[in-house]
Design a protein around this ligand. Structure first.
Ligand SMILES: [Zn+2]
Length: 219
């Protein structure tokens, strides 16, 4: 973590073209993410619940080409700033097919499902359907990075007591995420844990919910 012009962020290059900027937004400890192909300077925003101006200014200030918005799901704290953002730049919005009705405004929707690939410059962003918190919950994988929305938090997981939630589906989704390589870096939808990011390997050691889904919490 470092401070860049007042924005707390984690800026990881790792000699690969994908860079991930973690941007805290709003009053509910949400994170938005700016994913950049550092070869082509093309960028997408993932989840835009709050602070449209702050998010858009970050793109402009870095001289990036804004290509699209990707949504991990459509709860209000992940989509509320979308109409204001699209007024500044009308880019396509990618969302899981089962949550298209939850997208506010009149966006140019692109529907995704498990395994869909979203191109971004030299990068490919792979979609993983992870229902449980919501029916169309999606995680986005790019290189070693996994943006996990409200499916997997650092040392916790998303609520499963909301309309559209499904505890069994959440357990299956957590098992799916546990199968990623241990060095996969996770980027959650909220800053609820002891650190803003973690890895699948660390979460398999410290995350009760992930361990329980894996059958590691035998009594
Ligand atoms: Zn949510």
């Amino acid at each position: 973590m470092k401070i860049l012009d007042g924005v707390v962020c984690s800026w990881l290059e790792q000699h690969m073209p994908a860079s991930i900027l973690q941007i805290p937004v709003g009053p509910m400890a949400n994170f938005s993410y700016l994913v950049v192909c550092s070869v082509t300077n093309k960028a997408v925003l993932i989840d835009v619940g709050w602070d449209a101006k702050k998010l858009y200014d970050e793109i402009v200030r870095r001289g990036l080409s804004f290509e699209a918005v990707l949504l991990t799901h459509t709860h209000f704290d992940h989509v509320k700033a979308l109409p204001e953002l699209l007024k500044r730049s009308y880019v396509p919005v990618w969302v899981h097919a089962s949550e298209q009705k939850g997208v506010p405004g009149k966006p140019d929707l692109k529907l995704i499902d498990d395994g869909s690939i979203i191109p971004l410059g030299n990068l490919k962003i792979r979609c993983h359907h992870t229902p449980g918190h919501s029916p169309g919950g999606v995680c986005f994988e790019v290189e070693k990075h996994l943006i996990t929305g409200d499916t997997l938090f650092v040392d916790a997981c998303g609520r499963v007591d909301l309309p559209g939630s499904d505890q069994q589906a959440m357990q299956a989704s957590l098992r799916k995420l546990a199968a990623f390589p241990d060095d996969t870096i996770i980027y959650p939808g909220h800053d609820y844990g002891p650190t803003p990011t973690s890895t699948i390997g660390d979460q398999k050691r410290t995350n009760y919910y992930l361990r329980e889904a894996m059958g590691l919490m035998s009594r």
